[in-house]
Write a protein that binds this ligand. Structure first.
Ligand code: HEC
Length: 396
């Protein structure tokens, strides 16, 4: 029996990433909600800045917030950090398993940049680490005092990164990398700023000193940035399944637009938690989303117009598929990296090509995802021919 460990490793790490991501985002949404709903305490204790009652799972909870710190350290203090650390570590491991080990297939797009595996991985690491260095520097600089301005500069920088990355990496890899840059900043905010500052506060209290209130304020700012990055990052993590978002020349703009929709939705909830309802914001977000969808469809049509003219016979299509696809997509693939047909898709029989026509359209004609890594150098004309054949009803 031949055992291929890669897909199992992929599954295990992805599952872990998913679980820890839910735990991280869930607890951070909860604390944002909590913070925004606090009321003036009825009986004021020293240092207490707010309180709130809630009911959940058969019991009542009474929470109290101490803005800087309580007078005395409690015996048991719960921290929230491992969710963030494990989300980042599993995310990075997943990136390495898919995009570094499989760089030729998943990361590099030779039609954009003729990179070696080492070069591509180097660029990937430089963007991820560089993103954090830039963002952290921005927050610490005088500009960092203005929260809105910092947010706008960071958003524009990520858009610029998206522009560059979509021009050197495969489309799918570029989107995941923008997500990885933002996700790394979020996790590093917890690891490098929020938790260390909290530790300093605890140390000061334990030593009987008054903690510096600035430490908490800095942590709060980073936490706010994380809050607004969450929804855009979640979109980027699932973007791989939606070729219409990245398979056109303006993918970086679409990425920025959908990111903005995420920020607006998050803002709506933040305002709502504070008792300010702003339905206009939701309408604007939905309108923007629809506008992006129309724009993407239009850009797609413009790039597809090129194959409206060509005529295509089934034998031509079959020859193209034989040349570019069946090394992987066959009952017994001949490609080194695959022992069985990837995704269960086999294209080595005429009826199978017909059966998968719609998916071929998505993967090969509308998007340049397949052939994976385009090692055989499939041309635009070949894609156009297949598109025409499918468009005409995929007949034999
Ligand atoms: C180097 C190997 C390789 C080659 C060559 C290749 N594919 Fe794939 N294909 C894959 C892998 C791996 C997957 C599943 C994972 C993924 O989506 O990346 C896949 C998935 C697919 C899917 C299913 C996607 C979905 O989820 O709907 C289709 C359809 C497809 N390929 C069509 C093609 C066509 C058409 C060609 C030729 C133009 C082609 N592939 C060439 C490796 C390959």
């Amino acid at each position: 029996m031949e055992f291929d460990i890669t897909p199992w490793l992929n599954l295990a790490i992805r599952w872990l990433h998913f679980i820890t991501g839910i735990a991280w985002i869930g607890s951070s949404f909860y604390f944002v909600w909590l913070d925004n709903h606090l009321e003036q305490p009825k009986e004021k204790k020293k240092g207490m800045s707010g309180e709130l009652w809630s009911v959940h799972g058969g019991g009542f909870y009474h929470k109290q917030k101490y803005a800087v710190a309580p007078e005395q350290m409690p015996e048991n203090l719960h921290w929230f950090k491992w969710e963030a650390y494990f989300t980042w570590m599993s995310g990075f491991a997943l990136l390495a398993v898919i995009y570094y080990l499989g760089a030729d297939l998943f990361l590099i797009d030779k039609s954009k940049a003729n990179l070696t595996q080492a070069q591509a991985i180097g660029i990937s690491l430089a963007f991820i680490a560089g993103g954090w260095v830039f963002y952290d520097g921005l927050c610490r600089s005088p500009l960092g005092k203005n929260n809105k301005l910092t947010g706008i500069i960071w958003f524009l920088s990520l858009t610029a990164a998206a522009y560059v990355l979509t021009h050197i990496f495969s489309d799918r890899a570029a989107f995941i990398h923008v997500g990885a840059i933002a996700g790394t900043a979020m996790a590093a905010n917890v690891f490098m700023v929020i938790i260390p500052n909290q530790k300093k506060v605890v140390a000061a209290l334990t030593a009987g000193e008054a903690p510096d209130p600035r430490l908490g304020q800095i942590g709060k700012q980073r936490s706010l940035h994380n809050n607004y990055m969450t929804l855009p990052v979640l979109f980027l993590m699932i973007s791989n399944h939606y070729p219409m978002t990245f398979s056109n020349p303006y993918s970086w703009l679409i990425l920025a637009g959908i990111g903005l929709v995420g920020v607006m939705v998050r803002h709506f909830f933040n305002l709502r938690h504070k008792g300010k309802n702003s339905p206009g914001l939701v309408f604007a977000a939905v309108a923007l989303f629809i506008l992006i969808a129309m724009f993407a469809a239009d850009a797609e049509k413009a790039s597809r117009a090129r194959f409206a003219q060509v005529a295509a016979s089934f034998s031509q299509v079959q020859a193209i598929i034989g040349k570019h696809c069946t090394s992987c997509h066959a009952a017994t693939p001949t490609h080194d990296s695959f022992d069985e047909a990837p995704g269960g898709v086999m294209l080595d029989k005429p009826e199978l090509i017909q059966q998968h026509a719609r998916r071929i359209m998505e993967q090969t004609v509308k998007a340049d995802i397949m052939p994976l890594g385009n090692e055989t150098g499939m041309t635009d004309e070949e894609r156009a021919l297949i598109g025409k054949w499918i468009g005409d009803g995929a007949k034999r």
